[in-house]
Design a protein around this ligand. Structure first.
Ligand code: AMP
Length: 437
């Protein structure tokens, strides 16, 4: 009593549900740019003999714990994990290499060919604080070359990245390179870092204090200013690299010089994933600000074995598609846009609509892009529509055109109009004899 009846469901204002934080919708105005970047990469990877592999977007979370490393930020703080309906712990993949290596081992691909060259593409997921160039769902293109220890493989992988950005027309890139040495060198280097940071332990953040015991290498990627400063005076990984690994690194550098690939040896590059050995590299772009890495990669000679496969040396990289687009825009490089229709059909009245539909079907089977609006509109509003879409031609069909079996074909750029049969219209548009419907 005295209470108002609740509003009926249909009268309630609907609250908009928005996309999750850190994700984006790629709308038709932008998808041509994404497709262009992906197609360029695919053609490039395939020209080097890489074949596409598609792996699941979610995996057993143990895969990344073991592969990427339990004490990495990616696994410790950023992984999207969930229990499935049977209570198994799954994770949305934070990166691609662990999955590719899992598939390589699972399908015994090492037994099929001595060298397997694979590429992948798709979304990756990391629970990071979103900012320009950093999203929670982002897109990577990556390659993995499995089976060879030769320094020419490291060179090839770096060269493909270089070639890609060059073909995109990016100028302000630089390649940064380092060597972490083999797994023994890494242990030695970890000890060196532990000794170094132990003397300044009070100056490190709480996280790095834990890292000091568990994985001192990770202190070098810490974003906290006090840790960054202390990392500045830390020994470099190159100081702890054995003679064989040094020789390997020098051979990689030699190949890069031979092919005029500009690079800097940068001993602060240690990469945020535990599987790397020997060569590690990043390509950075000057317009990207804090998130300046376009891509990262390196050698991972122990990962296949760690995943239960035979000892198999390997190298690869992953590049961020979104960041490449930011860099292209940063350099003002013109990018592809949505292709406008060749023909817009403006039909007025039922019989005209029927004729318009049949013209649309025939034009499309002649490989033309055709737009037809089925609503009842005035000529004026049809023309406005066609203009907005950037249509090259408009076919105007009214009752009179139906009666005489013709169309008025308007060239939008030249504002000229001619009366043609359907046959001639198609010839005009395709520049050749038309195909039947
Ligand atoms: P990583 O596996 O962290 O070395 O990442 C390789 C590349 O993927 C980076 O250089 C970026 O281009 C891209 N990337 C990594 N994390 C993100 C993210 N959260 N948002 C957008 N791009 C990312």
């Amino acid at each position: 009593l005295g209470r108002e009846a609740p509003p009926r469901r249909s009268e309630m204002p609907k609250q908009i549900i928005t996309r999750p934080r850190g994700t984006s919708d790629i709308l038709p105005a932008d998808t041509p740019v994404w497709r262009y970047l992906e197609e360029l990469a695919i053609n490039l990877f395939e020209s080097y003999g890489y074949g596409e592999i598609r792996v699941p977007v979610f995996e057993d979370s143990a895969l990344f714990e073991r592969g990427v490393g339990e004490t990495t930020d990616i696994v410790e703080k950023e992984m999207y994990t969930f229990a499935d309906r049977k209570g198994r712990t799954m994770a949305l993949r934070p990166e691609g290499t662990a999955s590719v290596v899992r598939a390589y081992v699972e399908h015994k691909m090492y037994a099929q060919q001595p060298i397997q060259k694979l590429y992948y593409r798709g979304p990756m997921f990391r629970y990071e604080r979103p900012q320009a160039g950093r999203e929670r769902q982002f897109y990577q293109l990556g390659i993995e070359s499995l089976g060879s220890e030769h320094p020419a493989v490291d060179f090839e992988v770096i060269y493909i990245a270089f070639d890609y950005y060059r073909r995109l027309g990016l100028k302000s890139i630089s390649i940064k390179l380092n060597s972490l040495g083999c797994s023994q060198d890494r242990v030695g280097y970890s000890n060196m870092l532990r000794d170094h940071f132990a003397t300044v332990r009070d100056g490190l953040c709480a996280n790095c204090n834990t890292r000091l015991e568990r994985n001192p290498l990770r202190i070098l990627d810490c974003k906290e200013p006090q840790c960054k400063e202390l990392a500045g005076s830390a020994p470099s990984s190159l100081d702890g690299v054995c003679a064989e690994c040094r020789e390997h690194f020098d051979a990689v550098l030699g190949h890069l010089r031979e092919f005029d690939v500009p690079f800097d040896v940068d001993t602060t590059i240690v990469r945020g994933l535990d599987y790397y050995t020997r060569t590690v590299f990043e390509v950075v772009h000057s317009s990207l600000g804090a998130q300046d890495a376009l891509m990262g990669g390196g050698r991972y000679d122990d990962l296949v074995e760690l995943m239960g496969g035979p000892s198999t040396p390997a190298a690869g990289f992953a590049l961020g598609v979104g960041r490449a687009i930011l860099a292209l825009r940063g350099e003002g490089i013109e990018l592809p846009s949505q292709r406008p229709p060749d023909l817009y059909i403006a039909a007025i009245g039922d019989s005209a609509r029927k004729k318009g539909l049949s013209l649309a079907v025939r034009a499309r089977s002649n490989a033309l892009r055709v737009e037809m609006d089925y609503e009842d509109r005035s000529f004026k509003s049809h023309l406005r529509n066609a203009n907005r879409l950037g249509a090259r031609f408009v076919a105007i069909i009214g009752e009179d055109e139906v009666a005489r079996d013709v169309v008025q074909l308007r060239n939008m750029a030249e504002s000229t109009q001619v009366e043609l049969t359907e046959e001639k219209t198609l010839e005009e548009l395709t520049g050749s004899k038309s195909l039947p419907a």
